[in-house]
Design a protein around this ligand. Structure first.
Ligand code: ADP
Ligand code: MG
Length: 357
């Protein structure tokens, strides 16, 4: 078992702050994801946990025990690196067995573990091949298998499935989620793919420039992003961010192009955010509230449809269920429920209705 925590950890490389005053606690048995754009500090956090790097300040704790000075081998954490690092001259089987052979585990136990992970990852048929004869996806699964045969206190994975094609990524992330649940062990996972982060994580941390900006369950963060930056990172299509003005006791959104009844005026709010799935698109009719908007383009995706609409000075994207009969150039009315509106202040921080900040 392992609970892994940072207390005000900072790591610099020369003038670059790779990790800035980071504090978090990953609970035992949790599938915890670090999500952020490239260079936001994700890999450095994993290397710090593993012990390949030492913090400049702050403390790393495993099960409450400070480990800043504990060498990597004594931390007993398994890592799947971004570049996989398979041994090219060894078969997939020997690569996977390697950590156990190195530890002089009994041969029967090695074979049992090998068979077990090969089955979980569907790689039984490729075990005889060297890495050069495997596809990118197969190599990735071999690297994951090599981490899984060990019995570490926790697993770290650095963007482990980014090289796979989209379909295989969707499949593999489901398997990883199931495997983690079966193993019942802490898994700390790094990805730059928002959908992957949301799909696998029990909880996730959002990184920006080495700083942790928000920690929570994927749905908590999706529903209550702490800032415009975070709001834009999660969700596809991206959240619509629109300018607002307070006028005559009500809030005007995008020059009045979108009807949101009951949205209270608030001078602190300078932008609002609308999730595409929260926007209603109706045929324009006399007496409709708001001003007519014009459909710019329609993307029929089968199960749902993305409609891009020019509304006043703004261009918004709405996600509609099914295959609505909406065509480019059509006049439509846009509306949204006040309860679905995200409100942001001048510095980009989210404001909660009722002044809870
Ligand atoms: P991510 O994994 O999110 O892409 P990294 O943790 O690799 O981000 O990098 C965070 C920052 O630290 C980046 O600005 C990167 O250039 C810098 N950095 C990371 N490793 C090193 C290193 N070994 N030497 C110098 N700078 C580094
Ligand atoms: Mg990285």
């Amino acid at each position: 078992m392992a609970e892994i925590a940072f207390r005000n950890v900072t790591k610099r490389y020369g003038d670059t702050i790779a990790v800035a005053d980071a504090s978090f606690t990953v609970e035992d048995n949790e599938f915890f994801c670090f999500f952020g754009p490239p260079l936001s500090g994700k890999s450095t956090i994993l290397r710090l946990i593993l012990g390949l790097e030492t913090p400049d300040s702050g403390e790393i704790l495993i099960d409450g025990r400070p480990v800043n000075r504990v060498p990597p081998a004594a931390r007993n954490i398994a890592m799947v690196f971004q570049n996989l690092a398979l041994f090219p001259h060894m078969s997939a089987r020997d690569n996977i067995r390697f950590p156990l052979v190195e530890r002089k585990a009994p041969p029967a136990q090695i074979e049992r573990k090998l068979a077990e992970v090969a089955e979980k990852l569907h790689i039984g048929h490729i075990l005889h091949k060297p890495p050069a004869q495997l596809s990118g996806g197969e190599r990735q699964r071999v690297a994951i298998a090599r981490a899984l045969v060990r019995d570490p206190v926790a697993y770290l994975m650095d963007d482990p499935i980014s090289a796979l094609d989209a379909r295989l990524r969707e499949e593999t992330r489901v398997e990883l989620k199931r495997i983690q649940r079966e193993l019942g062990k802490t898994l700390i996972y790094v990805t730059h793919d928002q959908e992957e982060a949301m799909s696998v994580a029990d909880r996730m941390a959002i990184l920006e420039g080495g700083a942790i900006r928000q920690v929570g369950t994927p749905l908590d963060i999706y529903d209550r992003p702490a800032s415009v930056y975070i709001a834009r990172l999660l969700g596809s299509p991206m959240m619509n961010i629109l300018p607002t003005e307070a006028s005559a006791g009500a809030m005007r959104v995008a020059d009045g192009a979108i009807a949101i009844s009951g949205l209270a005026a608030d001078a602190e709010v300078i932008e609002i955010g609308l999730r595409p799935e929260d926007i209603k698109v109706a045929p324009w009719a006399d007496g409709a509230s708001g001003v007519p908007a014009r459909v710019y383009e329609v993307e029929p995706l089968g199960g749902y449809t993305v409609v891009t609409v020019d509304a006043g000075a703004a261009r918004v994207r709405a996600l509609l269920r099914g295959q609505p009969d909406i065509r480019p150039e059509a006049r439509v009315a846009l509306s949204c429920e006040a309860a679905r509106v995200h409100r942001f202040s001048r510095d980009g921080a989210a404001l909660r209705p009722g002044g809870q900040g």
